[in-house]
Design a protein. Structure first.
Length: 262
């Protein structure tokens, strides 16, 4: 058996040496796996020539693109009328202005296509949310931005979607609008019909809504405008590296037009 000994790079001599043979005063260089990912690949910086061969560095850069080219899912959750779709529309424009390709998955619109035929039982709601989550995960896997706006009332199902997408690429946004405010905004009269018993299993009336316990962002739509809230989300995504801070030329996005508590 050949023993494997730890090596360090000696920049002054341009060579590697076993740790046990390096004098205490010698200048050394080393990179951990975390440093390679966070300080170089995530930032789009080329790896140092002493660390690896150019061919290997090129393969790593292609396999693990910089953070601003990786996918991310922004998942809006809240009651019907909370302001999810309105804020998502504004956020989509901001993403496009910053050079990110965006796909919007609005819960009501998805029900007319991907989830056509599903009802509003718990099982059907879960199926609808998991379908949206699957599509979002595929978008993220291919480096895109998925903006999802669906009531998604059940905590466990939302957590399943987080796992499917990947926790490091998932931003849960709780649109925390009080029920009374949502009812006052009810332009379609859905809450009124639910109160009269004409609509069954309506989230917030005769079906529960389970708020997130640890969302990345909680929004107040009573004292803050959709523009304010969208910019807050954008700043969070910028800080996580998924969007560059500087404004870029608007690019084309793929969007499903926004539209009952999914």
């Amino acid at each position: 058996m050949v023993p494997c000994r730890a090596l360090l790079y000696l920049p002054d001599e341009e060579r590697y040496e076993e740790v046990s043979r390096i004098p205490a005063a010698a200048r050394t260089a080393a990179l951990s796996g975390t440093q390679v990912r966070e300080q170089y690949l995530d930032q789009g910086r080329p790896l140092p020539g002493w660390f690896t061969r150019p061919e290997v560095a090129e393969i790593l850069a292609e396999t693990y693109p910089p953070r601003h080219r990786q996918g991310v899912c922004v998942w809006f959750t809240g009651l019907s009328g909370a302001g999810k779709s309105t804020t998502a529309e504004v956020l989509t424009v901001l993403f496009l202005e910053h050079g990110r390709q965006v796909t919007v998955l609005d819960g009501d619109v998805v029900r007319t296509h991907l989830s056509k035929g599903l009802g509003f039982s718990k099982a059907d709601r879960d199926t609808n949310i998991r379908r949206i989550g699957f599509v979002a995960a595929e978008i993220v896997r291919h480096g895109g931005v998925a903006v999802c706006a669906a009531a998604s009332p059940y905590r466990a199902t939302r957590n399943d979607v987080r796992t499917l997408v990947g926790a490091n690429h998932f931003v849960e946004v709780f649109v925390d609008t009080p029920l009374a405010v949502c009812e006052a905004r009810d332009t379609k009269g859905m809450y009124a019909r639910a109160r009269r018993g004409e609509i069954k299993n309506f989230t917030g009336i005769d079906d529960p809504y389970e708020p997130p316990e640890h969302p990345e962002i909680t929004l107040d739509t009573v004292t803050h405008t959709p523009e304010d809230n969208a910019r807050r989300i954008l700043q969070h995504v910028i800080e996580r590296g998924f969007v560059r801070a500087q404004t870029a030329v608007v690019t084309n996005g793929t969007q499903a037009a926004p539209g009952r508590s999914t």
